[in-house]
Structures are given as structure tokens and as C-alpha cells.
Design a protein around this ligand. Structure first.
Ligand code: SF4
Length: 430
């Protein structure tokens, strides 16, 4: 039996590189000129209030533009770009399309731009797990999947299979992080019911400790492409230093489809994967006692136990998690915290022996509402938690956070990427 083909090419000139990646894996062979083609980039989030470095977080506009122009040149006219970004508090899809220059693709090539969050969704039964998919996704004849080469602090990697979670409505996304269905065994069911014809991984940048902007991006100048979504993800994971067998959602998907997760089961065309292989961390170091990030320990913070998030924490809370940590750090002036435990997500329960229990988010508030181990609750009972509520609730118990320190941190994150090191914001506009 022939092996699934994955192309691996250097990213130099966007159009030449994308074309080469497609040609080496014969990536357009399964598409018909009359097909309604949906391109699904990874545009998980953006921040319009504070500096936001997009490197390794969202797909580059350079790759998207090259892909669209090649498809148009090849005679494909029924093109849609669709994504359902994170809703905090409302959807930002159209604003993202504008900032990324997609409106120019609409003008020049007649591409339809769809924010899935504004569409109707239809429930699909995935062997007992009901998830609602956007109508444009269900109506597509073929899907071209355009993820980013990134790690993920809950799933190790976030590539083609994970990118399709963005086709779900908000409730279904939350259910993927549920108590009954754990993350690694929920979203991998999605591709099996969709006509994914091609996966093109944008590796212009790769992101350590992803999936968001607080991770660290590296310029890598690579593209991977395959008609086989699993094969593309295996190669992408291997490139970042993970064996696909250790990535539970890849192993699970392979099990569903009877496929092999070993690199030797693929045919890599173009560049040598071994030559380009690197190693990225996917998560932050936590103390062995589970009292918080190692950085807190190094800063001398005591009297505070931040329990490490688990996979039941969905993207809304995850996005607020780092601001929460930075705000807690800002409140540390040398004296111990007044014996505070911080818990999150849908599974964590308060431990005895703390004076305060900080319940971060509606789910953990609900789970612990009658917990006798809580002496005094600091409840941030919203979904997702709101930073102003958080600051106000802590102030009430004498813990004073300084939001300006969070703003300064965001400037630091943005300013560490220098144009001379390849961090060119022009790759995210047209
Ligand atoms: S409170 Fe947090 S964990 Fe619960 S559903 Fe909302 S975002 Fe998800």
C-alpha cells in the first residue's frame, strides 16, 4: 500500500513556496472546479485593546493570500474563508478579517468571508457526542485546512485536527472540554465527518507554549501539506519534537481510522524533516506541590496555591488565565498572601486548610457551591471570568492588583519580537 505523502518546503517567496508545497503532495488533485471550497484558517483570537503579537498564533496572511491566488489561477471560483474565533464577549471574526487584509481577497478574487459565530449551526452526532457545526462547514464540498505550526498547553500540539474545533458553536466547544468527554477524545471525531481535502500547515512561525500570544514564537520558514490530515499532523508534531504516538489526540484519531502514527509510515517529499526538526516546550513549569507556576516560587510568592489548570478549562477561561496570574503577581509586595487557594475549570475541588478559596469562573463556582472545605469564597462567577470583577473581588479581601502591570507585561510580550529577527508584521496584512 502506498504511504500518505506530506510535502515539507522552505517558505521563501509566498506564492512559489505554497505552490511547491501543493505540487509535491498533489494537493489540488481531489478538488473539482465546481466545488464549494471552504478554507479554514486558524484565527483563534486577537486583541484589539492591547498589543497582540500574532506570530505563531494565527495563520499568516501571506500564506492565505498565496493559497487563494493559486486556487483562483487554477480556476476555482467558489471560495469561502471561514472561522469562528473566540467570543469575548462577542465575536470578532469580521474585525479579524479586516485587520488581516482578507477584505482585499474578497475584492480581488470574490472570496466569501464567513464568521461562523454569525451563522446557524446544525447538530451532528459523533457516535454519541453531539456537536453543532457551522452551516458553511456542512455545506462545503471540500475543505482546505490551514492551521499554524504550534504547541498547545493542553493537547501538546495544535495542528490540522485541532484546527477544525473552530468549526463548532460556542456551546460545543465548551462541551469538548466537558466532564464526560475529555478534550483529546472529543474534537478528533470532527474530521471523520468532513470533506477535508487538503491540510496546509503554516510554519512561517512556530509557537512554543501555545496556543495563544503568551507563548514564544520562532521564525521557522516552513510549510507542510498533505491530502491526509493525520499524516500532515504527524509530520508537524515530529517537526516540533513530539512523537505522534505521545500526542493523545493524534493516537486517538489514528485508532478511529486504523492508521499508523509512526513517521516511517509517511512519505516526506521536499525538505528533510530530520534536518529541520527542532524541540519546543508545550507548557509552563509548575511546582511539584502544585502551588503555582515555578516563576511564582522564584519570585518568592508564598501563601498562595494556584492549582494547575486541567483540560476541562475551556478557551474562554484559558484566555483569562494568564491575566489572572499576572494580576496576582502584581499584588505581591513581599508579604505572604493570606492563605489563598485558586481553582479553575470543571473538575477542581477546594482543599481544606485555606482562609480563602478563589473560584475562577462559573463552572468551578457551581461545582464547589456547597463545598464545606471553603472558609471564605472569592467567587468570580462568570463565563468567562471578567478581569474587572476579579480585581474588585480581590480588593474586597485586601489583595490589591495593579492592572497597569498586566498592560506593561503585554507591551513586553509584543516588543520582544524584533523585525531584524524575522518578526515582520507585514506577513499579517495584505
Ligand atoms: S466558566 Fe470557564 S471553564 Fe466554564 S464554561 Fe466558561 S470558559 Fe469554560
Amino acid at each position: 500500500m502506498s504511504k500518505p505523502v506530506v510535502s515539507l518546503v522552505n517558505f521563501t517567496d509566498p506564492r512559489e513556496s505554497v505552490r511547491k508545497a501543493l505540487e509535491l503532495c498533489d494537493g489540488l488533485a481531489g478538488l473539482d472546479k465546481n466545488d464549494k471550497i471552504l478554507i479554514k484558517p486558524n484565527l483563534v483570537s486577537w486583541d484589539f485593546d492591547l498589543p497582540f503579537p500574532p506570530y505563531g498564533v494565527v495563520a499568516t496572511s501571506a500564506v492565505m493570500s498565496a493559497l487563494v491566488s493559486i486556487l483562483y489561477e487554477e480556476g476555482f471560483r467558489r471560495l469561502t474563508i471561514g472561522e469562528g474565533p473566540l467570543m469575548i464577549p462577542k465575536t470578532i471574526g469580521r474585525a479579524m478579517f479586516t485587520v488581516l487584509g482578507y477584505n482585499k481577497l474578497q475584492e480581488k478574487y470574490g472570496v466569501r468571508l464567513v464568521d461562523f459565530n454569525e451563522e446557524k449551526f446544525e447538530k451532528v452526532n459523533f457516535d454519541g457526542l453531539k456537536l453543532a457545526l457551522a452551516r458553511s462547514v456542512l455545506e462545503a464540498d471540500k475543505i482546505i485546512n490551514l492551521p499554524v505550526l504550534k504547541t498547545h498547553n493542553q493537547c501538546l500540539v495544535s495542528l490540522g485536527i485541532k484546527n477544525l474545533k473552530g468549526c463548532l458553536d460556542r456551546k460545543s466547544k465548551i462541551n469538548c472540554h466537558g466532564r464526560e468527554h475529555d478534550l483529546d477524545h472529543s474534537f478528533p471525531r470532527i474530521p471523520g465527518k468532513l470533506p477535508v481535502a487538503l491540510t496546509l500547515i503554516d510554519g512561517v512561525f512556530a509557537l512554543a507554549r501555545g496556543p495563544g500570544h503568551i507563548g514564544e514564537a520562532y521564525r521557522k520558514n516552513l510549510l507542510l501539506a498533505s491530502k491526509n490530515i493525520l499524516a500532515c499532523d504527524i509530520a508537524g508534531a515530529e517537526l516540533m519534537g513530539f512523537s505522534a504516538g505521545e500526542v493523545e489526540h493524534l493516537a486517538y484519531f489514528a485508532g478511529l481510522t486504523g492508521a499508523d502514527t509512526s513517521l516511517s509510515a509517511l512519505e516526506i517529499r521536499g525538505e528533510s524533516l530530520e534536518k529541520h526538526r527542532f524541540s519546543l516546550e508545550y507548557d509552563w513549569d509548575w511546582t511539584t506541590e502544585d502551588t503555582g507556576p515555578v516563576a511564582f516560587q522564584k519570585a518568592g510568592i508564598t501563601g498562595l496555591a494556584v492549582r494547575k489548570y486541567d483540560s476541562s478549562l475551556c478557551t474562554g477561561c484559558s484566555k483569562m488565565y494568564n491575566p489572572m496570574l499576572i494580576l496576582l503577581m502584581s499584588a505581591f509586595k513581599g508579604a505572604p498572601f493570606p492563605r489563598v487557594e485558586v481553582i479553575t475549570g470543571k473538575r477542581q475541588k477546594a482543599s481544606p486548610g485555606f482562609d480563602y478559596t478563589l473560584l475562577f469562573g462559573k463552572c468551578v463556582c457551581s461545582l464547589n457551591k456547597d463545598n464545606p472545605d471553603i472558609r471564605q469564597a472569592i467567587a468570580i462567577n462568570s463565563c468567562p471570568p471578567d478581569k474587572d470583577d476579579f480585581i474588585a473581588a480581590l480588593r474586597e479581601v485586601g489583595i490589591n492588583c495593579d492592572y497597569n502591570q498586566y498592560v506593561a507585561f503585554r507591551h513586553y510580550l509584543y516588543n520582544r519580537y524584533k523585525p531584524e529577527n524575522g518578526f515582520d508584521p507585514g506577513l499579517y496584512s495584505l
